[in-house]
Design a protein around this ligand. Structure first.
Ligand code: XCC
Ligand code: SF4
Length: 629
């Protein structure tokens, strides 16, 4: 039963989504929007962050007694402490997700070094050497595997407790590092900061909201400049550095005549191998033998972004499109690794011939087919998965197939290396464009969808508002598909940009919005900010840059937001996290952090307002740098 029925047009800005929402309804399939409606309104106490279940004297919930006095939990914790503890654990959850993903890449590199992963290799030796040298590893006259062996050790040791500072602190401008040292938030060990957050938020430990919030910053920094950065760099070393190339987006990338397999999740270790197996002539023959014209791999969410940026495979959809992709009736298999995979996909897949296949032992779904993916047997297991999809193709009910759109072209696969390449090997032309004002600033729009908003309305709306103002926009994560569908990821998209950005795009042949990869790849963007700050001899907080996540939903998105702010990059978000029950914590997030880190959060649900406020700050920053507004 729907309490507040909305039209498909109100739920998503996209035609392909709207058509599939109608089809789902007709076929009696429940979607994220139905469940969102059932769950609304959410619990007020939880929304404010004023509930605590951290011990068994509770659960407790805090409200204001008459006279405005704040109640306390059974242990005596007040609302500020409870909100900060909840937020701290939220950030720890997100940091753990990105960082554990990073660790999985180290394990694959280790297996390559030890000769246990015959299906993987080191694709980019040059990057291996470059990154290793940055981490202080000797690279002269040494074999690739010896260097890689040391890199494995260096990365693993960033997860532990033996270091005073993470390896990639070498990429952080000196001024920023000094600030972190003084505040005691310089990240020491990735697992350590996460574990310490769990410790601090146990009953009777860190009972000062500001102190907990500062550790939230340290935890998030260990993600951005640690776990995520390791994830990105090792993925580049193993699978190659992204370079610009053409691809396509929307549900139209699903092909009626082919065996369609959608990879979903985050870790390229699985999806890269599924792609390799799908390209195997023997598997293609098998697909043809059951009447298909071929095997088509499409991406969902961030593992899709990983494959898109390195291999140019098309994106079927972002977070809120994942159920709807199955509703096309033409998906033979969803191959999932971990994170952001709605449990409901098992039920939606069961309404069709679609096989829902999980691959990570740490992300199993009741009702799914589980293939315990192991780097040592990866290609064979990937072929086994393809085989299941081929068998499913024979069960497809073609009378239920509806592919609702023609795909839209995009250019994707930017990276710092690719950007520098496009600029002729130096940042100078880019800095010149910023100095003269043809690029007035840079905003990274990252992250998710959330049914609290009309799907992708904010992601696309904000991007368009910004490029109009000659602000270059970078996209990562689920924003990518939105940007692509809106025509913003092709050079012709520059028609929607202001005159300055238009000129730059024409000169370089680039789109006004650059796809920078998956969400762990936001580490590329903070690294780039560090490079620019160093080139200008300033701190990151002096730059005319922003992060934004208008439709964010996940713990990981908040971890990204916090590491950006702590790195000196202000962040716009469309909805607040569950902190508004504490005035102290909310004020800190919106204003106080400005004095601590030189950046803070802006909560603004209206993209036009958000763009105007962001522009205002970009002007201020330009003025302070002595640049024309
Ligand atoms: Fe998840 Fe990364 Fe958000 Fe998309 S953008 S909904 S976190 S898949 Ni990262
Ligand atoms: Fe309640 Fe304190 Fe226990 Fe939380 S830690 S549940 S506030 S008694």
């Amino acid at each position: 039963m729907t309490k507040n029925p909305k039209t498909p047009q109100e739920l998503s800005i996209w035609d392909d989504a709207q058509k599939m929402i109608v089809k789902a309804k007709k076929e009696g399939i429940e979607t994220v929007w139905d469940r969102f409606d059932q769950q609304t309104p959410g619990c007020k106490f939880c929304e404010l962050g004023l509930t605590c279940k951290n011990c068994n004297m509770g659960p407790c919930r805090i409200s204001f007694k008459e006279g405005g006095k704040m109640q306390r939990g059974v242990c005596g914790a007040d609302g500020d402490v409870i909100v900060a503890r909840n937020f701290g654990r939220f950030v720890a959850g997100g940091s753990a997700g990105h960082s554990d993903h990073g660790r999985d890449l180290i394990e694959v590199l280790e297996a390559i070094v030890e000769g246990r992963a015959p299906d993987y290799s080191i694709k980019d030796e040059e990057k291996l050497k470059r990154v290793s040298a940055e981490l202080g590893i000797e690279t002269e006259d040494r074999s690739t595997l010896d260097i890689a062996d040391d890199l494995v050790s260096a990365c693993f040791s960033d997860f532990g407790s033996r270091k005073k500072e993470l390896g990639f602190m070498s990429r952080v401008p000196e001024k920023r590092k000094e600030l972190w040292r003084n505040l005691k938030v310089i990240p020491r060990g990735i697992d350590r900061e996460i574990a310490e957050m769990m410790h601090r938020t146990h009953m009777g430990c860190d009972n000062d909201a500001v102190s907990t919030m500062l550790h939230a910053a340290r935890t998030a920094l260990s993600d951005g400049w640690g776990g995520s950065m390791i994830g990105t760099e090792l993925s580049d070393i193993i699978f190659g550095v992204p370079a610009p190339g053409k691809s396509q987006v929307n549900l139209g990338v699903i092909k009626k005549s082919e065996v369609n397999i959608l990879v979903h999740g985050h870790n390229p270790v699985v999806s890269e191998m599924v792609l390799a197996a799908a390209r195997d002539p023997e598997m293609i023959e098998k697909a043809k033998a059951v009447g298909a014209e071929g095997i088509n791999i499409g991406g969902l969410c961030c593992t899709g972004n990983e494959l898109l940026s390195r291999q140019g495979i098309p994106m079927a959809g972002n977070h809120l499109m994942t159920e709807l992709a199955i509703v096309t009736g033409a998906v033979e298999a969803i191959v999932a690794d971990y994170q952001c995979i709605m449990p409901s996909l098992v039920q939606v897949a069961a309404c069709y011939h679609t096989r829902f296949i999980t691959t990570a032992d740490k992300a199993q779904f009741t009702g799914a087919t589980h293939v315990s993916f192991n780097p040592e047997t990866a290609l064979d297991q990937a072929k086994e998965i393809i085989q299941m999809a081929i068998e499913a193709f024979e069960m497809r009910d073609n009378s239920r197939v509806e592919i609702p759109a023609e795909p839209v072209d995009i250019v994707s696969g930017f990276s710092n290396e690719a950007l520098l390449g496009a600029l002729g090997g130096t940042l100078e032309p880019f800095l010149d464009a910023v100095k003269e004002g043809s690029i007035r600033g840079v905003v990274a729009i990252v992250g998710c969808n959330n049914p609290k908003f009309q799907h992708d309305s904010q992601n696309v709306g904000l991007a368009k508002e910004l490029i109009k103002r000659d602000i270059l926009v970078l996209a990562t994560g689920c924003v990518t598909t939105a940007a692509g569908k809106a025509g913003l990821l092709v050079p012709e998209g520059a028609e929607m940009a202001g005159p300055g950005l238009q000129k730059v795009c024409a000169a370089l042949g680039i789109p006004p919005m650059l796809h920078f990869g998956s969400c762990v790849d936001n580490s590329r963007i903070i690294q780039l900010c560090g490079l620019i700050a160093n080139a200008l001899g300033v701190d990151i907080s002096d730059l005319p840059v922003w992060g934004a996540s208008p439709e964010w939903y996940s713990e990981k998105a908040v971890a990204i937001g916090v590491y950006c702010v702590a790195s000196g990059i202000p962040v716009q978000i469309g909805t607040p996290p569950h902190i508004t029950g504490s005035k102290l914590v909310t004020d800190l997030a919106l204003n106080g952090l400005e004095d601590v880190f030189g950046a803070s959060f802006l909560v603004e649900p209206d993209y036009k307002e958000a763009a105007a406020l962001m522009d205002e700050r970009i002007k201020q920053k330009r003025r302070a740098l002595g640049l024309p507004e």
